[in-house]
Design a protein around this ligand. Structure first.
Ligand code: UT7
Length: 322
């Protein structure tokens, strides 16, 4: 059976660290409130002129190096982002050009914080359909650009960063077959006004700022994600006991802990990076994966469960054997 196997991973964070203490000087907040309510201690902020594609290019080069490949070996690029450099062309095309790749195709995909899972499932489907042999799947965001820095209910929560995977179509057989085993995607537009950006080319002709009903999003994040995870377990026969790692979208430590508890996933199997990265939207899962691969937790053959929920609402899961 053809499976989409991860053969390389890389990530990149902007240099500038913004701490909770620094935020105390910007809005009416406290380190204590931010840590207690979200688990976030610091986040990275892109430098002036540093764009989503800049972060994506660096992460992609690391992923390619990790796979021992060059851009000539890649057939297509899927970039998940809600903060593209421009309305168009797709930032993926900028990445393609800057990687020196003049063949194949590249496109952006937008599903906010679930974006990486939508990109992974899309790339997996393209590989299985024979559109190409190898894909670069990227999550890259500069949410700092769409934050209202006078709104304490949102500006303390988000950060910038990028992560990338090389996904390769391979013939895999047997119980230990590696690759993406299953993906489950959902959305429900009835909740679109609970987490949104109050601008856009065809409505206001502006970029706009992120707006969120935090408590409502929190409730849904804990309540709704379980269906896609149950679907992933039902499709594969795996369970909370058999998975090695749970790598969820990094929005809030309390959401992650509550979700793991609800699903019966042991705390030591949960990868969290939200304390250092904040919520980097579509970049959070590949960033967290890269951290856990680099520090030796996630190893070849491990069963890894991914999950995310975000604006739309959108949500999804993927189960893969690393
Ligand atoms: O990636 C997917 C999208 N995002 C998320 O998943 C985020 C989901 N939501 C959350 O993570 C949480 O709801 C928050 C961290 C945003 C907020 O935590 P909460 O426990 O739900 O707090 P709350 O919104 O109920 O606010 C509690 C209080 C309010 O004051 P009153 O009304 O009780 O007097 C807020 O005004 O905390 C106040 N508050 C703050 N205080 C200090 C809100 N933001 C801040 C702040 N500093 N930054």
């Amino acid at each position: 059976m053809i499976r989409s196997v991860v053969t390389g991973i890389g990530s990149h964070l902007p240099e500038k660290i913004l701490t909770n203490r620094e935020l105390e000087a910007m809005v009416d907040t406290s380190d204590e409130w931010i840590v207690q309510r979200s688990g976030i201690c610091e986040r990275r902020i892109a430098a002036e002129g540093e764009t989503t594609s800049d972060l994506a290019v660096t992460a992609s080069k690391k992923a390619l190096a990790d796979a021992g490949l060059g851009s000539a070996d890649i057939d297509f690029i899927v970039l998940a982002t809600s903060t593209p450099d421009q309305t168009f062309p797709a930032s993926a095309c900028t990445v393609q050009e800057r990687l020196g790749m003049h063949h194949g195709y590249a496109f952006d995909l937008q599903a906010v914080c679930s974006g990486f899972l939508f990109a992974l499932a899309t790339a997996d489907a393209h590989l299985k359909a024979g559109f190409g042999k190898r894909a670069l799947v990227i999550g890259s965001e500069t949410f700092s650009r769409i934050l209202d820095w006078s709104d304490r209910t949102t500006c303390v929560l988000f950060g910038d960063g990028a992560g990338a995977l090389v996904l390769e179509a391979r013939e895999e057989t047997g119980d230990g077959a590696r690759g993406v085993l299953t993906s489950h995607l959902r959305s429900d537009g009835r909740h679109r006004d609970k987490l949104y950006v109050d601008g856009g080319p065809s409505s206001t002709r502006t970029v706009g700022y992120l707006r969120m009903e935090g408590r409502e999003v929190f409730k849904h994040a804990v309540a709704t994600i379980t269906d896609v995870i149950e679907d992933a377990f039902a499709a594969t026969g795996e369970s909370a006991e058999t998975i090695d790692w749970f790598v969820p979208h990094q929005a809030n430590k309390r959401i992650i802990d509550a979700s793991a508890k609800r699903l019966g996933i042991a705390p030591q199997k949960v990868v969290t990076t939200v304390e250092k990265h904040g919520n980097t939207s579509a970049a959070s899962i590949p960033l967290a994966l890269d951290v856990a691969v680099r520090d030796g937790r996630i190893k070849k053959g491990d069963l890894v469960l991914l999950e995310a929920m975000g604006g739309g609402f959108t949500w999804g899961s993927a189960l893969l054997r690393w």
